[in-house]
Design a protein around this ligand. Structure first.
Ligand code: NAP
Length: 275
């Protein structure tokens, strides 16, 4: 077990998809012992499920989950629930207690003011975290110590890669680019698979051709360190199939549509933070 986390206790408030990804990753990588993890959930069936699957302790009350671990607190409820949860936890966390929020939009100052602690981290993971292949952007206020930052890096590494960003606005930016990112990719994946079916492939065959092409293209781009336009030009022969396809994508304003989608998601993330 690694030294940065071996003394840590954790309370997960709201054990849904993302909290479970983090718990599973931490235990899979042997970063923390199950007896150091507690969680809260309003439903009995979910509490029993997580207790038997991971050997962690689960509580009905959010404040009891915080009190039982007496360690860092991970806020992992939906944005609509966060105000109630902050009210539940008021007075339960020490002034120097560490709080890590993955709630979209919830501001560091809002959390800090509501809970009376000034050691707050904001992190924004994405769904590939469920298989340890996520990317999480995170930031914190100036009171978070170097040791706490090191702990958070190890914690977030349970989900995949982690990236510290300088400002809170960059968390809203990452919300639209990487946290919402799988949505763009899955829609492109779906559209290309449908196009393959339209050509006459079976759905299974089209899916395999598309998924392997996407996976291979990303690996190739990362390994080659070349600009995507250069990689694209390499397969664009004069009068060829790629040139014909590019013409149609530009005509359909694919780049503008993607840019507008990312910007709209960013504006939505900012608006959620103002609620
Ligand atoms: N999923 C993503 O890709 C992603 C990426 C980045 C950030 N996030 C953020 O991560 C947070 C959690 O997302 P998620 O996908 O894990 O959501 P989720 O699966 O809905 O998990 C939240 C859990 O909290 C439970 N809950 C509801 N009210 C509660 C309360 N008062 N106290 C304690 N728990 C309560 C919910 O129970 P019920 O199911 O019974 O309502 C649910 O199981 C969100 O704020 C989201 O913005 C998600």
């Amino acid at each position: 077990m690694t030294d940065t986390l071996e003394s840590m206790h954790l309370s997960f408030i709201g054990c849904g998809v993302m909290a479970e990804s983090m718990i599973a990753g931490l235990l899979r990588q042997n970063l923390i012992a199950p007896e150091r993890i507690v969680g809260s959930h309003p439903r009995e069936a979910r509490r029993s499920e997580l207790e038997s699957k991971y050997g962690i302790r689960m509580f009905d009350s959010n404040a009891d989950a915080v009190g039982a671990a007496n360690g860092a607190v991970v806020l992992s409820v939906k944005p609509q629930r966060v105000a109630n949860v902050l009210a539940d936890l008021k007075g339960s966390i020490a002034a120097n207690g560490l709080v890590i929020s993955i709630v979209a939009g919830a501001k560091i100052d809002t959390i800090s003011d509501a809970l009376g602690t000034d050691h707050v981290i904001r992190a924004m993971p994405n769904t590939p975290s469920q298989i340890g292949a996520g990317i999480t952007a995170w930031t914190c206020n100036e009171n978070v110590s170097e040791q706490e930052r090191a702990q958070v890096r190890r914690l977030l590494s349970a989900l995949g890669k982690e990236l510290f960003v300088e400002t809170e606005n960059m968390i809203d930016m990452a919300t639209s680019l990487s946290a919402t990112g799988p949505t763009y990719i899955f829609m492109v994946m779906e559209a290309l698979t449908d196009a393959g079916v339209h050509l006459g492939f079976s759905r299974d065959l089209a899916k395999e051709l598309v998924q392997e092409t996407m996976l291979g293209s990303v690996k190739f781009a990362m390994a080659s360190h070349k600009h995507p336009a250069e990689l694209r030009n390499m397969v664009t022969s004069p009068g060829g199939t790629s040139a014909e396809a590019i013409y149609q994508m530009e005509k359909g304003t694919l780049r503008t549509v993607l840019s507008k989608a990312v910007y709209a998601a960013y504006q939505r993330a900012v608006a959620l933070g103002k609620k």
